[in-house]
Design a protein around this ligand. Structure first.
Ligand code: CP
Ligand code: NVA
Length: 331
């Protein structure tokens, strides 16, 4: 099986064997990095990093991964490129495809990254869209595998807005690798029924069990990993905070939620997280609504079960694996 010249756009496109290959190479490149073994096999290659939304982890992971692989990366932020304003997506993609060996895109609709992939003629990687965050899932799965030794047969419980990029991608990824997945949230935050139907078909083949639970006391039952994400995602209007806080506060990941999971369960979060008053938005929400923590309690976030910083580090190794596998014919 070869991932050479392949795009990396969404979890639905990948087979279980392909996910496994990305994880294998990520672990290998992680070992090399830790041991100080050079792995600059992509010297002379160039990658464009196109960001229409802000980022810390994804941007840094792509830039450091590219540098470790010997590549040159060019970062284009929303203000310094013509994308969408003066030049169409298709024209921009064609131009970048003439200059770069690969393109990373973070932004809004999934159709944008799919169009860049079609029009550019070079491997294109999704660094987050509204619908999907596939590089994050590789980092999450690598972290879970490091902790638990396997993915198949484990149970992942996701608390929060399961309709958005993280809920969608975790559900698809879990179904693909045979991991059980529980979305725990009010019914209106359950993922799109059409996507759930596709995942049920995949799950029937892999043995994964998908569950949708509205009771926050029951969502973490049997969980090996408990996951949450921000209640309001990038690009959503500030007006939705009030409704989200009202709807999702009962679904905060607390010590009680963790106590309902397996004793050795880990806590994961794609980050950034609102777990204290250390952020501007966190303080503004505190002033308006009186909350001191949102999707996860500070206690869980900083607690022994939390693996969020290992997970953040794994963004680097997994993104490096995606670049290396699509630009080298053998890794
Ligand atoms: N998890 C994640 O994608 O983080 P950034 O938004 O900082 O890239
Ligand atoms: N759902 C979040 C994920 C951030 C990594 C967002 O889209 O803002």
């Amino acid at each position: 099986m070869s991932l050479y010249k392949k795009h990396f756009l969404k979890m639905l496109d990948l087979s279980a064997a392909e996910i496994e290959e990305y994880l294998r190479v990520a672990a290998l490149l992680k070992e090399k990095k830790k041991a100080g073994v050079p792995h600059d096999m992509l010297r002379g290659k160039n990658i464009a990093l196109l960001f229409e939304k802000t980022s810390t982890r994804t941007r840094c992971a792509f830039e450091v991964a590219a540098a470790d692989l010997g590549m040159h990366a060019v970062y284009l932020d929303p203000k310094s490129s013509q994308l969408g304003k003066k030049e169409s997506i298709a024209d921009t993609a064609k131009v970048l495809g003439r200059m770069f060996d690969a393109i990373e895109y973070r932004g809004y609709g999934q159709e944008i990254v799919e169009e860049i992939a079609r029009e550019s003629g070079v491997p294109t990687f999704n660094g987050l869209t509204n619908e999907s965050h596939p590089t994050q899932i590789l980092a999450d799965f690598l972290t879970i595998r490091e902790e638990k030794g396997t993915l198949k047969g484990l149970t992942l419980a996701y608390y929060g807005d399961a309709r958005y990029n993280m809920g969608n991608s975790l559900m698809v990824g879990a179904a693909k690798v045979g991991m059980n997945f529980t979305a725990c949230c009010p019914e209106k935050y359950f993922p799109d029924p059409a996507l759930v139907a596709k995942c049920r078909e995949i799950a029937a083949e892999t043995g994964s069990v998908l569950r949708f639970e509205t009771d926050p006391a029951k969502g973490s039952a049997h969980a090996d990993a408990v996951y949450t994400d921000v209640w309001v995602s990038m690009g959503e209007p500030a007006e939705v905070w009030e409704e989200r806080i009202a709807d999702l506060s009962p679904y905060r990941v607390t010590t009680e939620v963790m106590a309902g999971a397996k004793e050795d369960a880990i806590f994961l979060h794609c980050l950034p997280a609102f777990h204290d008053l250390g952020t501007e938005i966190g303080r503004a929400i505190h002033e308006r609504f009186g909350l001191t923590e949102m999707e996860v309690s500070d206690e869980v976030f900083l607690g022994k079960q939390s693996k969020v910083f290992d997970e953040a580090e794994n963004r680097l190794h997994t993104i490096k694996s995606v670049i290396a596998l699509s630009l080298c014919d053998s890794v």
